[in-house]
Design a protein around this ligand. Sequence first.
Ligand code: TXA
Ligand code: MG
Length: 330
Amino acid sequence: MKETRVVPATDETIEEAARLLREGEAVAFPTETVYGLGANALDAVAVARIFEIKERPLFDPLIVHISGEEMVGEVVREVPDLARTLMARFWPGPLTLVLPKGERVPGIVTAGLPTVGVRMPAHPVARRLIEKAEVPIAAPSANRFGSLSPTRAGHVAGQLGGRVALVLDGGACEVGVESTVVRVEGGQVRVLRPGGVPVEALEEAVGRGAVVVGGPEREGAQEAPGMLPWHYAPSVPVVVLEGGAMPGAEEAREAGLLAFRGAPEEPAFRAVEVLSPRGDLQEAAAGLFEGLHRLEEAGVARIYAEAVPEVGLGRAVMDRLRKAAKRRPS
Ligand code: TXA
Ligand code: MG
């Protein structure tokens, strides 16, 4: 087991992290969505380390991160016009495009799929790191598989401490939920995972008729293999409160409440986290995992999470909450 160093992201530490990446090591770094655990996407052995560190099943493909459009050609076989439109509009930013895989990308990155997920992050630390590493970086979220996603360097150290040599600290992630994952095929944009780019923004960019959300039903690993029904789960049970439901006083006493705009006076919860007093869904998304981490740390027996409106970033928030509420099979 190695010691984990959490260091502020500076020119020197980014340079060091880039060197580690080139040498085949995995390092954790901030992006605008969540912290990533990166390795050289063209090095199968380095990528295997990611799966080992996260205890992630090999059927779950990784997203490849690039620093500039000139890198797209290194990982993707062809870029349809519709994908170009999305890149021009949303990159750098929280949009992952699933496209035909290039030959140099090892199968372990894509879980054997003929497609690869690619994204150009907007976070300056992520961009500089990839630029200096001079290779595309495969990076899932820097947490244990299935657990809460990390939006601060401390979250990474808490889950992966002793397993990763270096964590670049870039402060709190601004978007706070993972990228929107879309597959571009036959003139359509299919949303496989709601995330930091709202569906409405995609519709505005390419036309309503061209955007499809979810489905068709899973063809083995084909759809969004990471999207197991349980995911993003804290260590205690989560219950989503829909339609203004509230637990009784007895249940609330040992429980935590993840409230949207504010907590009710009754019942009294052991701990409360409010996502956005002004009801702003962007703010709610940004604080979602942070709030769940804090309730988990408060030692509550269970977390009740208030439903938020399912529009804009609210869609990504509800996707994460519903998955957190599913218990993982043990
Ligand atoms: O915001 C993000 O996307 C963050 C940061 C670090 O960039 N990364 C992230 O990675 O959320 P991860 O591994 O936690 O989720 C990646 C998901 C996979 O679970 C899968 O659902 C989807 O992206 N994905 C990746 N490649 C795919 C492919 N070829 N086909 C379908 N889905 C794919
Ligand atoms: Mg993840």
